[in-house]
Design a protein around this ligand. Structure first.
Ligand SMILES: [Zn+2]
Length: 161
């Protein structure tokens, strides 16, 4: 998914006006990728900020799952993506491959500091503050009380209850 500006990577967002999860996609393989994120929302592995609609709690494993689902349908749609290596089978779709994906403007949306704010370790609605620190080591979360959860950090969170 993207939350940035590369439309070719598609996106999954929340529309506060309609209350719908919105899949922005280009072609069936990209649709499969984005709807995999929809499944991650259903299992509380992903959520949204209500006002902006931007996704939160996405992590590298979520992207590996989405790109592997996409690969299963259309291998070329994944092996053709520019990254630090070429994914020529599903097992080559790894965290580091995801991190290395570069957009047409040269940015790495899934890399450290990338536009998608993708967590480094698996996170979900049950993640502890320390899980979130491991996922976002540079977000300054260590100043927060140890009992803090994502619902405290993002009070305007929309998630599957
Ligand atoms: Zn994605």
């Amino acid at each position: 998914m993207k939350t940035g500006s590369n439309a070719s990577l598609g996106g999954t967002t929340y529309d506060a006006t309609t209350g719908a999860i919105v899949f922005d996609f280009d072609g069936t393989s990209n649709f499969i990728h984005e709807t995999t994120h929809g499944g991650q929302f259903e299992s509380q592995n992903m959520a949204f900020e209500i006002k902006t609609g931007v996704s939160i709690l996405q992590d590298l494993d979520d992207e590996v799952a989405a790109y592997r689902a996409q690969y299963a349908f259309d291998p070329a749609s994944v092996s053709g993506l520019k990254s630090t290596s070429t994914a020529n089978n599903s097992s080559e779709v790894t965290q580091s491959w995801v991190q290395g994906i570069s957009a047409s403007d040269g940015s790495t949306p899934y890399g450290p500091g990338g536009s998608t704010n993708t967590g480094l370790v698996p996170i979900n609605m049950k993640s502890t503050r320390d899980d979130l620190i491991r996922a976002y080591p540079n977000a300054g979360l260590s100043v927060l009380p140890v009992t803090v959860t994502i619902k405290d950090i993002v009070p305007t969170i929309y998630y599957k209850k």
